[in-house]
Design a protein around this ligand. Structure first.
Ligand SMILES: *Cc1c(COP(=O)(O)O)cnc(C)c1O
Length: 432
């Protein structure tokens, strides 16, 4: 073919020609739509209408700035104070983390173009797994692209129909989906209800019994009853798995998570967590625990075997974040101080903040329209928070969820408290 010559003479012309050809084919396709696609549009249109009617439509706000305590939003003037990220330690855009990612990119490239076991493992991945094992004091750790993947790969790999899994009713969607994929006997116990859980455990004759819970529940900011769960696990020879995504790096004096917060280090037999929240905020997830389990996961866990290795800049960002998490407790203390002054400020104003002593602060409102009013009043005052209502939370439990960060200044927190007080009065949530 003469295309080689053509390329040499006019490479740009060739690209334009090929592009036009492809666009023309698409245009022809658009003219006469395939029957299957027409049917799909019909069916989906009904479903989308239902979502709108149920008022559960998701609006994406588009940031034009990095993730931080002050953000810019497409289509809106000025800066917003951001109180709805999982950026607990303020590491998402921390200069040292960004620099480490840049260095990871420079030294190890943009990505691996491979899953881990073919040719997608670099020294960087092994280093992060080793660091995480040390951080949690566990035997071994397997890194995934996300914590969603970690949960999707755990249950199916370790449990068979001879085994049973006992899951808190309010566990994260990724745990629910991970359990769906496995063939074990499945039990759901009411949220944090130890006596119901005991009843289920006592009547189970399964070979392996696995209790699984979020360490911290993200809608309520409340903590799992780890001491009670550990007792039950011991009494019924069960295992305890904790998903500590909303705790790793910042809960407990040294950031070891829910175990440390509850003063029961080592309570969990298996920990899953994310690197997309407090620890770097970039992406990644992992499972840490007994070495035989981690070895099995490396051999059979499907999101690990069939999905690309985490990219080097992301892994490098997590490593640097762990340095910062372990190096000093300054960020944790600032986060704690911010959390305390926000919770106290709102209480003093006459508002109800649910949850334990955690930077997730759900401002309880009750009815859904009032929660929407509260959130939009805050937005008008330049403060970005989000309203949640049924079916994400129970009926009558509508709320505005606030998340504090170590990167918020005391003035940021005061501004939020004042704005909540003002808007709360305006919409009649605060009486008098
Ligand atoms: C956020 C979250 C996840 C998902 O983590 P990703 O790394 O973003 O996939 C899983 N479990 C819990 C409890 C979470 O809060």
């Amino acid at each position: 073919m003469a295309s080689g010559t053509f390329w040499m003479l006019n490479p740009v012309g060739l690209k334009v020609y090929a592009g036009k050809q492809a666009t023309r084919q698409l245009h022809e396709l658009n003219g006469k739509e395939r029957a299957g696609v027409t049917k799909l549009r019909e069916v989906l249109d009904d479903r989308l209408q239902e979502i709108k009617k149920a008022k559960t439509w998701k609006h994406e706000r588009i940031l034009t700035s990095p993730q931080d305590t002050k953000i810019r939003v497409q289509g809106a003037e000025g800066e917003f104070l951001n109180f709805c990220a999982n950026n607990y330690l303020g590491l998402s855009n921390h200069p040292e983390v960004v620099e480490a990612a840049r260095e990871g990119l420079r030294k190890y490239g943009a990505g691996l173009s491979s899953v881990r076991f073919i040719c997608g493992t670099q020294t960087l991945h092994k280093e992060l797994e080793h660091r995480l094992s040390q951080f949690h004091g566990r035997e071994d750790t397997i890194l995934y692209g996300s914590c969603f993947d970690a949960n999707a790969g755990l249950f199916e790999s370790m449990l068979t129909p001879e085994d049973a899994v006992f899951s808190d009713a309010l566990n994260h969607a990724s745990i629910i989906d991970g359990i769906r994929l496995c063939k074990a006997q499945k039990y759901r116990y009411p949220h944090r209800d130890l006596s119901e859980l005991e009843h289920l455990l006592a009547h189970s004759e399964a070979r392996i019994k696995l209790i699984v819970t979020d360490g911290v529940f993200s809608m309520d900011g409340n903590v799992a009853p780890l001491p009670g769960l550990r007792n039950l696990a011991d009494k019924y020879r069960a295992l305890l798995a904790v998903d500590d995504s909303h705790a790793t790096g910042f809960l407990g004096a040294t950031g070891r998570g829910t175990e440390e917060y509850c003063n029961i280090m080592g309570a969990a037999d298996i920990i899953c967590s994310t690197l997309g929240k407090a620890v770097s905020g970039a992406a990644g997830g992992y499972t840490t625990g007994p070495k035989e389990l981690i070895t099995l996961l490396r051999n059979v866990s499907r999101p690990y075997l069939f999905s690309n290795a985490p990219p080097p800049p992301v892994v490098a960002a997590s490593l640097k974040s762990l340095d910062l998490v372990e190096g000093s407790s300054e960020l944790r203390e600032r986060l704690q101080q911010n959390t305390r002054s926000f919770r106290e400020g709102l209480k003093a104003a006459g508002l109800t903040v649910a949850g334990d002593d955690h930077p997730i602060c759900p401002v309880m409102v009750g009815e859904a329209p009032l929660a929407v009013e509260l959130a939009s009043g805050m937005l008008q005052r330049g403060i970005y928070v989000v309203a949640f209502s049924y079916p994400v939370v129970p009926k009558g439990g509508a709320r505005v969820r606030v998340q504090l960060s170590a990167a918020h200044t005391p003035e940021d927190v005061n501004r939020a408290v004042h704005a909540f007080t003002e808007v709360g009065k305006n919409i009649g949530l605060i009486k008098g």
